[in-house]
Design a protein around this ligand. Structure first.
Ligand code: COA
Length: 390
């Protein structure tokens, strides 16, 4: 909700300041043709449901970048270019990551990814935005190289030499690289669905961070590095890792209610619930939640579902809050045998498609993003020279 700004207190341009909304809630901060959340989630006009069921990350990445679904020829060539970028990660980046892995093997994988992408910008000498075809090429290289950086970092911190990038779609190759074995087709399918669901979401915090950096005339890699930093936070992408940590911490379903009451009493947010935009539930969580239950039925991972159901019921009853995408995504990744530390990095790999599309859109019709603030500091006062200060 927006409230009128006290004009006398605005820090600048008081005549144009009209409203203040904490956290920019409800503020329209720009236009986009990439994604809409009106009624249901749509990428470039296509409803999310069939895209998610197809689970084809390359198809969606192309759609976000180009505005149209790819032809079969375009899809094959695009997929091959992403795989080529993954296979040919610059040795200077691998070498630098190797030194960092030796020095800080416990570093967060998100920090490694953020650093790796920043290094890619350096080796590519990306210093300013190029024309649209050059930006699209950069986007493709980032889409292919980022999962390869992730996989290389995991190898380097485990003391293994980086293994080659596997054949097949992004979903299959990344899942194979992260688990170390060839995945079952049904696992590739649901993993692909999560990549599609994570690919894009309008003016979320990380995308807005990327657009803000791009709006200054800075380069693609600087914008994406900022976006990765924003995604790391537990109120944004970092929530999917916290969800699984919390489910592990609670233990059995019989502890759910007591644990939630402790969180409410301590005024802590419950990870995986609530959303700035969806107030009647996240359409992506509904879709993936149903798929997750089918995936884990009758397996060891199915034990978490009773606990998850109990938490969902109490959150709705007591807080009126429904799950967001991170709630089922964390359970799906756990069921696929993925370690918790790669959950948010997988989100980076997927959201790279949305981020790069937004950076290109911002550059294509740019005005610097520079909002106002309400000054809340000391009243005007006179400077006292240090020579006469105590
Ligand atoms: N657990 C408990 N309470 C929550 C909550 C949660 N997950 N999410 C929101 N609330 C509470 C808020 O504290 C607020 O309470 P108040 O009115 O007493 O202050 C109320 O619900 C309304 O919050 P809202 O304005 O809808 O939240 P927001 O838009 O500022 O924040 C999130 C949105 C996503 C940051 C927030 O819901 C959250 O922190 N969720 C947990 C982290 C998460 O899952 N992030 C991933 C998002 S996709």
């Amino acid at each position: 909700m927006t409230v009128p700004a006290p004009q006398a207190q605005t820090s600048s341009a008081t005549a144009t300041a009209t409203a203040f909304a904490r956290g920019l809630a409800g503020v329209i901060a720009g236009q986009t043709a990439i994604c809409s959340l009106d009624g249901t989630l749509r990428y470039r006009g296509y409803a999310i449901e069939p895209l998610a069921r197809a689970g084809d990350f390359e198809e969606v990445a192309w759609l976000l970048l180009h505005g149209e679904l790819p032809t079969r020829t375009q899809h094959a060539a695009f997929s091959e270019r992403l795989a080529a970028a993954a296979r040919s990660l610059d040795p200077a980046v691998i070498d630098a990551l190797g030194r960092l892995a030796a020095a800080s093997p416990q570093a967060s994988v998100m920090d490694a990814l953020r650093t790796g992408v920043s290094m890619l910008g350096l080796v590519e000498q990306d210093d300013a935005p190029g024309p649209r075809p050059a930006l699209l090429e950069q986007a493709e290289r980032l889409l292919g190289a980022t999962p390869a950086i992730l996989a290389a970092w995991l190898d380097l911190t485990s003391g293994r030499p980086p293994r080659p990038w596997p054949r097949g779609s992004m979903a299959k190759a990344l899942l194979e690289r992260l688990t170390g074995h060839e995945p079952a087709p049904e696992h590739v399918a649901i993993f692909g669905t999560t990549l599609v669901l994570y690919a894009e979401h309008e003016f979320n915090a990380s995308t807005f961070a990327a657009r803000t950096v791009a709006s200054t005339g800075s380069d693609m890699h600087s914008a994406i590095t900022a976006a990765i930093g924003a995604l790391k936070g537990p109120l944004h992408g970092g929530a999917n890792e916290k969800v699984l940590e919390v489910l592990g911490e609670i233990g059995g379903a019989d502890r759910a209610e007591a644990w939630l009451h402790e969180q409410f009493a301590a005024k802590r947010v419950v990870m995986g619930f609530g959303h700035r935009v969806y107030k009647d539930g996240d359409v992506r969580a509904k879709l993936l939640g149903a798929m997750c239950r089918d995936l884990v039925r009758g397996t060891a991972a199915g034990r978490l579902e009773d606990l998850a159901d109990r938490i969902e019921r109490v959150m709705l009853e007591k807080k009126g809050l429904k799950p967001n995408l991170d709630w089922p995504a964390a359970r799906v990744y756990h069921a696929l045998g993925l370690p918790v530390k790669v959950f948010t990095p997988i989100f980076v790999v997927a959201r790279m498609s949305g981020w790069t599309a937004h950076v290109i859109e911002q550059i294509g019709d740019n005005r610097i993003i520079r909002p106002l603030s309400i000054y809340s500091g000391a009243a005007p006062r006179d400077y006292i020279s240090i020579a006469v200060r105590d």
